[in-house]
Ligand binder design. Sequence first.
Ligand SMILES: CC(C)=CCC/C(C)=C/CC/C(C)=C/CC/C(C)=C/COP(=O)(O)OP(=O)(O)O
Length: 436
Amino acid sequence: MASSSVAVGTFELRDMDDVLQWGHSVVRIGSSLRPFKPKFMCYSPKKVSARTAHLRTLAMQSSFRCQAATLEGGLRTVHQNRTSEERVYEVVLKQAALMAQRVAQGSTSTPFLVQDAENLDGVLPVDLSISFSPQLLKEAYARCGEVCAEYAKTFYLGTKLMTPERQQAIWAIYVWCRRTDELVDGPNASHITPAALDRWEQRLEDIYDGRPYDMLDAALADTVRKFPIDIQPFRDMIEGMRMDLFKSRYETFDELYLYCYYVAGTVGLMSVPVMGIAPDSKATTESIYNAALALGIANQLTNILRDVGEDARRGRIYLPRDELAQFGLCEDDIFAGAVTEKWRAFMKDQITRARMFFDEAEKGVVDLDKDSRWPVWASLILYRQILDSIEENDYDNFTKRAYVGKWKKFLSLPAAYGRALLHPSWTPILAGKGFS
Ligand SMILES: CC(C)=CCC/C(C)=C/CC/C(C)=C/CC/C(C)=C/COP(=O)(O)OP(=O)(O)O
């Protein structure tokens, strides 16, 4: 290799133009790895130029010879390290494969046990040795419903539109997620250690092995026997809690994306097998899972944008540091809490990205089973409106909490209902007429 060039894979980078071109091709290769169009911000033109700018800065910082060595290491790392989006997408594919297998078996209601998603051959029929008394399960589900009604009223009302089996399953999942979240966000949060999370994970394994620890766990154990819900999203949610224990700053959107997947995208993946796919849907299973993941990410990003002030008061900043810097902002600006022009410009950008994830999610709702569409539309429309409310507050998310008023909430329900009536087979027709 010539002293002023860097060989990366089959590329030889001789000068800055080569480096820039290579930067672009990595982004393109990253995008084309997926079987259907990924349009997330990581690969937006702005990000591409940010990457390019980063490479350019690297090049300028030192003499070219010395920079060649730095680049070689750095670029190799980029080459080897997949982005969070790519890693998460593997989970999506795995979940979709499980679901597709279930559909191929032609049974959407026969209980079956998912034991090991690493190996699809490990998907076994229900283990009859595991059985719970029907009375205990009835009480367990009723308790889950009460918790859901108490903590998430609107969501609970939405679940009432589903079939009894589905609503119970959603309540059981909700309760497990809520309890997991409470470990790091609840009253005992200060006593939670990584070891406690390890024990919680062991308890999760026990649920999947049919050995629930308490009634609420029994409801989930029953749910995961009935529906093809893989354990991975549950494990990943616990991983998100581990992250929350030790991490209070995010350098890049890639880091934040992973966090959002862990704590919210996982909920989307857990929900699809329960909500069901419309029998006449023509969409691929992975595109539906991808939409569900996007809804979780969109909700979490919205949460983060709404709670900037509140989080800062707890010493937490979820906003990517490099993106703040692009707008001339740093963490002191967050703690100062001044709504400046720089802040408004930054927030506009963040809101645009959150809306992109909502758009991505919308594409999949129509393919859900018809009973599940209304609640999902309702929650999507309501949560999306929080972004409008941040704008209405003139981007003051330091001292004002963006919320959706009762009337707006009320009016969203018929709008959601109207959308829920859309049939999967109508969407291509409506899309052609500008309805999509
Ligand atoms: C779109 C398709 C195909 C399926 C839908 C799949 C679903 C249900 C996705 C939704 C995932 C979800 C509800 C994620 C949770 C995200 C989140 C940030 C919840 C906020 O919880 P709280 O912290 O209690 O919120 P509030 O503070 O607003 O009460």
